[in-house]
Design a protein around this ligand. Structure first.
Ligand code: NDP
Length: 497
């Protein structure tokens, strides 16, 4: 028996990656680890499967994706149980995560033809003899590299778009959540048994790196900003395009006319759900002076009632506990105060809800992604100051605003890819809207029309339907025809507006 144990990483024994519960240490399952050759072989099989899958066309793919959606729905409790066993997250959180993923599969299946299918494009006078055609053709194989915090939703967001667009998918789940990734591939194979259209490759970071270099047509990466840079560097070697869904430090702005109780309820949900291990989790709140005290009191009252285990699960990745502890300690050392939780809140494998106030803006607790059930709240003079502070970080994933008069105006000015007004995190479940960030939070989009388009290459085709009246693209044009073209251009574009 050969065993590899790297501190902080899951064990590998006899070529099998062992997944364990962060809450109890109990084994959740084991999967074979891939080497570079196995990754290449998987991608090769996927390429063949992708040809078949693309050839089915939109309607046949839609039927199969909707069957998979129905299977996930029927077995939602089973998936929640497995996710609970592997990540420690409360079963109800796993159910809600699956519900969101089901929404995305349904939406992508139903909308792929509309967004990606062939259509005519209006022509222009100078090329009036040609008809324009546009369609979005699949990349062949899309590699998806996913994190551990939402092991169902984060791969299925891009996978639903990639599959609906006609690509085969090779998924590299996080080493902390291989069983959930495998369950997704196995259930897909139940409804699409003909070819391996959705496969997994398992292992540590090197397997993700091998996937980037394996000849896939595109990589959809979800994970930390630091790893995103490595993924981009590996993909750059072969000009493989990437979508990057990276980390965040999302802010909530509470304006003077906000419903303070509703804002507090949503802040606690946005900051503490999944024990704060949420890329779009609210980590900072900026409340304007007139509502600041009431907001802090309401947040503390609500967050203080959350129950450990049922509502706040353990940290899924053991190493994250040290990050959370470092941020809480830094906030206190930098002059902040814990009005709930604090240094004693970190009790491995869990962290109790922690609310921090008076933390200077240059503290790591305000500037870096904490990924724990913590929230800093700062008092600001007005929405302008809140915006300046909210927008001051290199991250720009999501955000939220509570306020009546100016909610949307403030949302527009937040430097973020997505903002909820009078709610938190709500955009992630709205399948028609694009999801993705700016700056160090990444680029490219999943979900919605924009998300679907990421998984097809725009293909432009022109078809001549008549002889050219203004033949510019031929050596055989005559001087008279050139004069006519010049006359037409002057007529069309010569006037100053
Ligand atoms: P990581 O960046 O550590 O890992 C993400 C994935 O990349 C894992 O599957 C990992 O494999 C793999 N990987 C590691 N090294 C490499 C490499 N050199 N080349 C290719 N792949 C590699 O992120 P976490 O799993 O810790 O996830 C948490 C992060 O994800 C947070 O920053 C969070 O904000 C972000 N996130 C962003 C979301 C978004 O939509 N914007 C959504 C959810 C999370 P392994 O696990 O085996 O190391």
């Amino acid at each position: 028996m050969t065993a590899t144990r790297t501190p902080g990483l899951p064990a590998i024994e006899d070529g099998l990656l062992i997944s364990t519960s962060p809450a109890t240490g109990a084994e959740a399952g084991r999967v074979p680890v891939c080497d570079e050759k196995a990754v290449a072989a998987t991608v090769e099989r996927a390429a063949a499967a992708g040809l078949w899958w693309a050839g089915l066309g939109f309607d046949a793919r839609k039927v199969r994706l909707l069957r998979w959606r129905a299977l996930l729905t029927a077995r939602i409790e089973e998936l929640a149980e497995l996710t609970h066993a592997e990540t420690g997250k409360p079963r109800t959180d796993a159910i809600m995560e699956t519900v969101a993923a089901i929404e995305h599969i349904d939406w992508a299946a139903r909308n792929a033809r509309r967004v990606l299918g062939p259509r005519r494009v209006g022509t222009r006078v100078l090329v009036a003899e040609h008809v324009g055609h546009l369609e979005y053709q699949p990349y062949g194989v899309v590699g998806i590299i996913g994190p551990w915090n939402y092991p169902i939703l984060t791969p299925l967001g891009p996978a639903s778009g990639a599959l609906a667009a006609g690509n085969a998918v090779v998924l590299k789940p996080s080493e902390y959540t291989p069983m959930v990734g495998q369950w997704l591939a196995d259930t897909f194979a139940e409804v699409v048994p003909e070819h391996p259209v959705l496969q997994t490759v398992h292992g540590l970071g090197d397997v993700g790196a091998a996937l980037c270099r394996s000849g896939v047509g595109k990589i959809a990466f979800t994970g930390s900003t630091a790893t995103a840079k490595k993924v981009m560097a590996a993909c750059a070697e072969n000009l493989v395009p990437v979508i990057i869904e990276a980390g965040g430090k999302d802010a909530l702005i509470v304006d003077a006319d906000a419903d303070v109780e509703a804002a507090a309820e949503a802040a606690v949900w946005g900051a503490m759900t999944n024990a704060g291990q949420t890329c779009i989790g609210i980590e900072r709140a900026y409340a304007v002076a007139p509502v600041y005290d009431a907001f802090v009191a309401a947040v503390v009252a609500r967050a203080g009632k959350l129950t450990m285990g049922d509502e706040i699960g353990p940290m899924t990745m053991p190493g994250q506990i040290d990050v959370v502890r470092r941020h809480i300690d830094a906030a206190l050392a930098d002059g902040g105060r814990a009005v709930l939780g604090g240094a004693g809140a970190v009790q491995a494998p869990s962290v109790a809800p922690t609310v921090l106030v008076d933390v200077p803006e240059d503290s790591v607790a305000v500037r870096e992604e904490t990924f724990g059930p913590t929230l800093t709240i700062a008092r600001v003079a007005d929405a302008d100051e809140a915006l300046t502070r909210a927008n001051a970080l290199p991250y720009g994933l999501g955000g939220a605003v509570f306020g009546k008069q100016n909610g949307i105006r403030i949302a527009r000015r937040m430097r973020a890819g997505m903002v909820s007004v009078n709610a938190t995190l709500s955009f992630v479940g709205m399948a028609g809207l694009p999801f993705g960030g700016v700056g160090e939070s990444g680029f490219g989009r999943i979900h919605g029309d924009d998300g679907l388009r990421e998984f097809g290459r725009a293909k432009a085709i022109t078809v001549r339907r008549a002889p050219s009246l203004l033949p510019s693209m031929t050596f055989e044009r005559t001087p008279a025809q050139v004069r006519r073209i010049v006359k037409a251009v002057k007529l069309l574009y010569g006037r100053r507006p």
